[in-house]
Design a protein around this ligand. Structure first.
Ligand code: APR
Length: 229
C-alpha cells in the first residue's frame, strides 16, 4: 500500500466551529500568545492559562468532525494514511482516522509539571489549580507551548520521508518546526494543498483553494482514482 501523509492545521476544524489562530477572527486576535501559550505566561498566571485551555476543552466537547475530517477516513481503504496534526482537538480521532500524530499536544490530556512523560487522560474535564498528577505535582495542559520542544517532530519527519503523497490542509505554515516537515517529503512525491487562502510554500504543490469541507474531497477523489489506475 502506498503511503499518504497529511499535515493538518486549525483550518480543517474551522467548519466544526473551532476558531483558527491567525485568521481575522482567530484566537490570537483575542489573546496574547505570550500570556496563554508560553511557559513564561504559565509561570506568571497559572489560573489564566488553565482557564484558557479549560474553555478550549469545553468547546471541544460540543463540536463534531466535519466533512474534511471524514473524507480523510475514506482514504484508508486505499492507502496507508498517516495524519500529522498541529491541532490539539481530537476531531480526526472522532471521525475515525486510525493513525494520528499530534505535534502540539492534546486537549483531552494533562501532564505533570515535573515530568513530561507522566501524561493522564482527563477527557473533557477542567484542570484546576491544586489538581495533582500521580507524582504529586500540579497537572498542566498536555500542550506544546511556544518555546518548548516538539517531541513528536522526529517521528513526523520519519513519516514524511516515506510519503508517496503529501497533503497539507488548513495551516498557514507559520509555525516551525511543523512547517518544515514538507522538506522531508521526497522530491518525486506529489504534494497537495487545501486552503481557502493563498499559503506560501516553497515547493511544487497542487493548490485547491477551497475550504476543507469541499477541498479535501477533491484531493481524496483524485488519490483514489490514482490508486485504481
Ligand atoms: N478550511 C481549510 N482551511 C481553512 C479554513 C477552512 N474552512 N478556514 C481557515 N482556513 C485556513 C486559513 O486560511 C489558514 O491558512 O487555515 C489556516 C489556519 O492557520 P493558523 O490560524 O495559523 O493555524 P495553524 O497553521 O494550525 O497554526 C499552527 O500555531 O498558535 C499555534 O499551536 C498553534 O497549532 C497551532 C499553530
Amino acid at each position: 500500500m502506498k503511503r499518504v501523509v497529511i499535515l493538518t492545521g486549525a483550518g480543517i476544524s474551522a467548519e466544526s466551529g473551532i476558531s483558527t489562530f491567525r485568521d481575522s477572527d482567530g484566537l490570537w486576535e483575542q489573546y496574547r500568545v505570550e500570556d496563554v501559550a508560553t511557559p513564561e505566561g504559565y509561570a506568571k498566571d497559572k489560573a489564566l492559562v488553565l482557564d484558557f485551555y479549560n474553555q478550549r476543552r469545553r468547546q471541544l466537547a460540543t463540536v463534531e468532525p466535519n466533512e474534511g475530517h471524514k473524507q480523510l477516513v475514506r482514504l484508508e481503504q486505499y492507502y496507508d494514511v498517516q495524519i500529522i496534526t498541529q491541532n490539539v482537538d481530537n476531531l480526526h480521532e472522532q471521525a475515525g482516522s486510525k493513525n494520528v500524530l499530534h505535534l502540539h499536544g492534546e486537549l483531552t490530556k494533562a501532564r505533570s509539571e515535573r515530568n513530561d512523560d507522566l501524561i493522564v487522560d482527563i477527557g473533557y474535564n477542567d484542570i484546576h489549580l491544586g489538581d495533582k498528577a500521580p507524582d504529586g505535582a500540579q497537572l498542566r495542559p498536555h500542550i506544546v507551548w511556544f518555546g518548548e520542544a516538539v517531541p513528536n517532530i522526529e517521528p513526523a519527519a520519519a513519516l514524511c520521508e516515506q510519503a508517496d503523497f503529501f497533503v497539507v490542509v488548513g495551516t498557514s505554515m507559520n509555525v516551525y518546526p511543523a512547517a518544515g516537515l514538507i522538506h522531508y517529503v521526497p522530491r518525486t512525491s506529489p504534494c497537495y494543498l487545501v486552503d481557502p487562502k493563498a499559503v506560501t510554500i516553497s515547493r511544487n504543490i497542487k493548490v485547491i483553494q477551497e475550504k476543507a469541507g469541499t477541498g479535501v474531497k477533491k484531493v481524496v477523489d483524485e488519490l483514489i482514482e490514482l490508486c485504481n489506475k
